[in-house]
Ligand binder design. Sequence first.
Ligand code: SAM
Length: 278
Amino acid sequence: MPTLSHHESSIQIESEAATEIPDLLGDASLNDLKDRLVKTYDDKAKHYDTDRDVNDATRYYFANSYRAIESMMDQTRRDSVQVDMPVGTGKFLLHLRQRGYAHRMIGIDIAAGMLSVCADRSQESGADLILSMGDAYRLPLPDNCVDIFTCLRLTHLLPKSTWPQIVAEMRRVLKPGGQLIIELRNVLRGITCQMLVSAFRLRRETHPHTFVSPSDASRLFANFENVQMQGVGLDGTCTLARLMPPISKGLHLLEANSPVRYLSKTLLVQARKPKSPC
Ligand SMILES: C[S@@+](CC[C@H](N)C(=O)[O-])C[C@H]1O[C@@H](n2cnc3c(N)ncnc32)[C@H](O)[C@@H]1O
């Protein structure tokens, strides 16, 4: 298995050709899907951030999502290692650097195009990210080396039946006691969307098979400890916050922590690898 070399002060992309990704399941369709995703994100990479920065609701969502993740994240020391996978164009790690986080940050992604944009951004801002091309199903990292693993906006792209493999990979590379923070689509929001779509005949594409319920999430993280969930992206909160800016923070706390979190767009799950082997 290729290991990640650690260069304190250089941006580094270690190439692992897509053809070298092993056929883990003996399942050609999973490799086809990976190939398609690589192509899609290579094509999108240059415009990815501008295409996403389209309206207040999206910006509000990301601001709240990042605020919630920061509130969950363990305290970092300079030598703490954080992996963000998929790193995409680096938006989240660059946000953390801008906020003064000074620990070691490693970004992994399967698409060279996304990593290349991320490398340019990292260099421009002096963010000193370590980047590596790699596959969620076979992370280019040794066992037990990561303090914090963040995974945002990946699972909805991949078959749910394969999620346990991805979670097992994240668990493998985490140190005992290390923390995983992962974003999953929230099933109740999914059901509500589906009902609205059929009631109003909206042409909105939803992917019900990649939504999860809190009990799905509990099963997925059964061999972790201290599993907790927050919601992000309750419909309508952006509009309310715009109309009444002072209540914005309170609204965020409500959507994150009260039972209404189960109506939010996504669930942020934090889970900890047990300190002693189970
Ligand atoms: C929706 S983007 C999210 C990127 C980033 N996490 C963010 O929030 O901006 C999905 C990313 O997943 C990456 N990806 C897709 N399949 C992957 C896999 N099997 N392993 C690693 N990265 C993958 C894509 O290349 C793309 O950069």
